[in-house]
Write a protein that binds this ligand. Structure first.
Ligand code: HEC
Length: 199
């Protein structure tokens, strides 16, 4: 996490300097390149370009998670190339309740996240001109068993749009995919390349 924070701090300086010189040029990436061929350095550079805009977008309307998730722990060594979420690049944050458990990337029949866990995943993509475009903040909140979320693994799914407003989503849509990770308490986890080493 520390290295990411340092990187992010470095990135802020970079963007500042770049914006006075040739911002657009430095933050344009090859739109024809297959996302899966992006090197980690390119993924990191792309994040530097879009990072501030993401935090600003999600906090715009005072959303209770959109305004605080950046104070939470980062759950990977860095942002990752797109997974299943619509070809969007991503980086996930976990609140204090969730963090220690999440970064063990646990699994098994008895494995489950503590009630009160909140996971928030930033997403962004590239326009066809190769410029970074913020996408929604995807959220999962673990609630008590026995309530309305029982059929969704006791997770409540939500999302914040880039205009800062909540996104209308169907629990079944999100969980339909997440339930495939049944032995990981319905979590997909970051790409293996960017996971922290666990003991
Ligand atoms: C097509 C399958 C699919 C759908 C639909 C989907 N997800 Fe995911 N989701 C994943 C995968 C795979 C991961 C792990 C890799 C990644 O982050 O992309 C993930 C990761 C996440 C995470 C980070 C926590 C974790 O490790 O699981 C959150 C939060 C999340 N999704 C929320 C949502 C929400 C909210 C919706 C509905 C709007 C949704 N997802 C719909 C596949 C899906």
């Amino acid at each position: 996490m520390q290295s990411l924070l340092l990187k992010t701090a470095g990135a802020a300086c970079f963007v500042l300097t770049a914006s006075t010189v040739a911002h657009a040029q430095d933050c344009t990436f090859d739109p024809d390149k297959d996302f899966f061929d992006f090197e980690q350095a390119e993924v990191d550079a792309l994040y530097s370009c879009v990072s501030d805009r993401l935090a600003e977008a999600y906090a715009k309307e005072g959303d209770e998670i959109g305004t605080v998730y950046r104070d939470w722990g980062v759950t990977a060594t860095g942002p990752a190339a797109p997974g299943a979420h619509s070809n969007r690049f991503l980086l996930t944050f976990a609140n204090d309740v969730a963090y220690e458990t999440y970064v063990q990337y646990g699994f098994g029949d008895d494995f489950s996240m503590p009630v009160g866990s909140v996971l928030a995943k930033e997403s962004y993509s590239l326009t066809k001109e190769g410029e970074p475009r913020p996408g929604p903040l995807f959220i999962m909140t673990k609630v008590e068993a026995g309530g309305e979320a029982e059929e969704f693994g006791n997770w409540v799914y939500s999302a914040v749009r880039t205009n800062g407003k909540p996104m209308g989503i169907q629990q079944g849509f999100c969980h339909g995919c997440h339930s495939a990770f049944a032995d990981q308490d319905s979590m997909g986890y970051p790409d293996r390349d960017v996971r922290f080493e666990t003991n």
